[in-house]
Design a protein around this ligand. Structure first.
Ligand code: ATP
Ligand code: MG
Length: 564
């Protein structure tokens, strides 16, 4: 089991306590072998990242192993595209599997297990319709009814089952069911379905099979075959555990321990592959890797880092209680990671032109700028300064309220890494009355940002030199959903009506400092005062596109409101 050098060792949790006590009792001979078992029917999301960090992280912590296993028992919904993306995502998160398996590798063996169950009188072929089977299941308060095929002779079930495999029957003609107890208080134990007929091509086994085992039937056996010790899954499988245990025990097989933990849910997004697929298929988003998507591909494209994802998964912890995590926790994880690693740059999203009336025409100075105050090794760069600059429209107010300390007529501010400037005049478009240019003076004595006479200015604003700036598209992303808890959407509502219409705002012509001209897709930096950004894959050498990964701290927003 190997992970990236930097992968932090996960905090302890209740699963680790179980493993510790198993190691003391010698239950698995001190072995720890986990698996991550996605169904290849969609792209992985942040919830899967939690499961990946837990399974691979646990193996790492105990010097054990972790397999990647594709639970590919549902031929009609699965695809190699998903198989490939899942492997890419697991690797991106910094993990490597010990074994790479497919549940479909075990189809023959699982089929043999099914025959054994029939022979032991523990499974039967039911020729009822699915409708009949459903209506006989009973409810939580009422027992179910036995199927009229339940006591079918073993030889007849075996013959039918073999003919099911041979392709003699249409879809739905028969199913194989376990013979357990139709009055069992746990509905999953009421003669659960084990196999169904599906004349469908499978992405790996092609047309070899026309019967496919159900998830519950396949999963435990796959764990057992691989020698998994701790089979970690989400809470909704808690009441499947009796079936998991029963299936393994009746065949006297090696018995892994299933352990359930709470799924990850995040505010302002959702973790359902089915619904995410719907967003993709309806063109509501640009694809599985749309930076608004909670998919690993989406957050990667948005600029999140693997180390931030691992830190986030570690921070939220592992519990037995379903809850809703605030997306702010995820955002803070990426902020604190990028704060340490992302070089700073200056970019102006809503440019307002500034002319420094007393600055010599044609003069250009290279000002020294620190690349990352958090990382001295990141060094410095030269930022060109000249007579015509851009600042943010929001950094100027003609009639500022008390709390606004940035630029205003007659007021002096500091240009980051540059000079102190004073606004002398706001030039307006005569037609609209809109301020289109500021005429300012600069104080030549203040290069670097300090006045020799010690006079104070209250704020520092960012800027770019008009002549040197590059023009780029900047995509500002926000929450996918307006509603915080997607689970609160009433049943009758169209869930898509709760999407955030402002989840993507495109700034077509932002002005960026020259040093960003050569930035390539994946490059991450901080635009000072604006947030963390990364170059999108849509970028072209002469048409750079940046994504906003996340805004700066909420504290920063507060400071800005106060005019800092
Ligand atoms: P979805 O409901 O989105 O389709 P799933 O559970 O069907 O998800 P799988 O491919 O079966 O998707 O999931 C693989 C593993 O990831 C499983 O072990 C599952 O328990 C885990 N997992 C899925 N969603 C979450 C989540 N939100 N939080 C934690 N683990 C999750
Ligand atoms: Mg599943």
């Amino acid at each position: 089991m190997s992970t990236e050098e930097t992968a932090p060792v996960a905090h302890s949790n209740f699963i680790h306590e179980i493993i510790d006590s198993d190691n003391v009792s010698g239950k698995f001979g001190g072995r720890v072998h986990t698996r991550f078992p996605p169904e290849p029917n969609g792209y992985l999301h942040i919830g899967h990242a939690k499961s990946i960090c837990l399974n691979f992280g646990t193996a790492r912590k105990y010097g054990g192993k972790c397999n990647l296993r594709f639970d590919d028992t549902n031929p009609t919904k699965e695809d190699v595209e998903y198989v490939d993306s899942i492997q890419e995502d697991v690797r991106w998160l910094g993990f490597n599997w010990d074994g790479l398996y497919y549940a479909s590798d075990y189809f023959e063996q699982i089929y043999q297990f099914a025959e054994q169950l029939i022979q032991k009188g523990l499974a039967y072929v039911d020729s009822s319709t699915l409708e009949e089977i459903r209506s006989q299941r009973g409810t939580l308060t009422e027992p179910g009814q036995n199927s009229r095929f339940r006591d079918r002779p073993v030889a007849e079930s075996l013959d039918l089952f073999r003919r099911m495999r041979a392709g003699e029957f249409q879809d739905g003609a028969h199913v194989l069911r376990a013979k357990i107890d139709m009055a069992h208080p746990n509905m999953n134990m009421r003669d659960p379905l084990l196999y169904r007929i599906r004349h469908a091509e499978h992405h790996r086994t092609g047309n070899t099979w026309c019967i496919y085992p159900l998830y519950d039937f396949t999963h435990g056996y796959s764990d057992s075959i691989e020698g998994i010790t701790h089979s970690i899954c989400t809470l909704e499988f808690e009441n499947h555990r009796p079936l998991y245990d029963w299936l393994i025990d009746v065949l006297d097989l090696y018995h892994p321990q299933q352990i359930e933990f709470a799924r990850l849910n995040l505010t302002h997004t959702m973790m359902s592959k089915r619904k995410l697929l719907e967003l993709v298929e309806t063109g509501t988003v640009s694809g599985w890797d749309d930076p608004r998507m909670p998919t690993i591909a989406g957050i990667r494209r948005r600029g999140y880092t693997p180390s931030a994802m691992r830190a986030f998964c570690d921070e939220i912890g592992v519990t037995k209680f379903n809850s809703l995590n605030d997306v702010v926790v995820l955002e803070n994880a990426v902020r604190s990671d990028l704060n340490k690693t992302a070089p700073r740059a200056m970019a102006v999203l809503k440019p307002l032109k500034i002319v420094l009336t007393n600055y010599p025409e044609g003069q250009v100075e290279d000002l020294e700028a620190i690349n990352n105050p958090e990382d001295p090794a990141a060094g410095t760069r030269q930022v060109p300064f000249s007579k015509v600059l851009y600042i943010e429209q929001d950094d100027f107010m003609e009639n500022p309220p008390k709390q606004f300390f940035r630029l205003a007529p007659g007021r002096e501010v500091r240009l980051r890494w540059g000079y102190l400037i004073t606004c002398q005049e706001a030039v307006k478009d005569p037609a609209t009355g809109e301020v289109i240019e500021l005429r300012c003076t600069y104080d030549p004595e203040t290069r670097g940002g300090n006045a020799p006479d010690g006079r104070k200015v209250k704020s520092t604003i960012h800027w770019v030199s008009a002549e040197h700036a590059i023009t780029a598209e900047v995509r500002l992303y926000d929450h996918l959903f307006e509603i915080a808890n997607v689970a609160d959407i009433p049943d009758g509502d169209d869930w898509k009506s709760h999407l955030n219409p402002k989840s993507l705002v495109v700034v077509p012509k932002a002005k960026l400092e020259r040093s960003l001209a050569t930035a390539v897709p994946g490059y991450k930096c901080q635009f000072e005062r604006l947030g963390y950004f990364c170059v999108d894959k849509d970028s072209q050498p002469q048409a750079i596109v940046f994504n906003r990964t996340v805004t700066l701290k909420d504290e920063w927003a507060k400071i800005q409101k106060k005019g800092g």
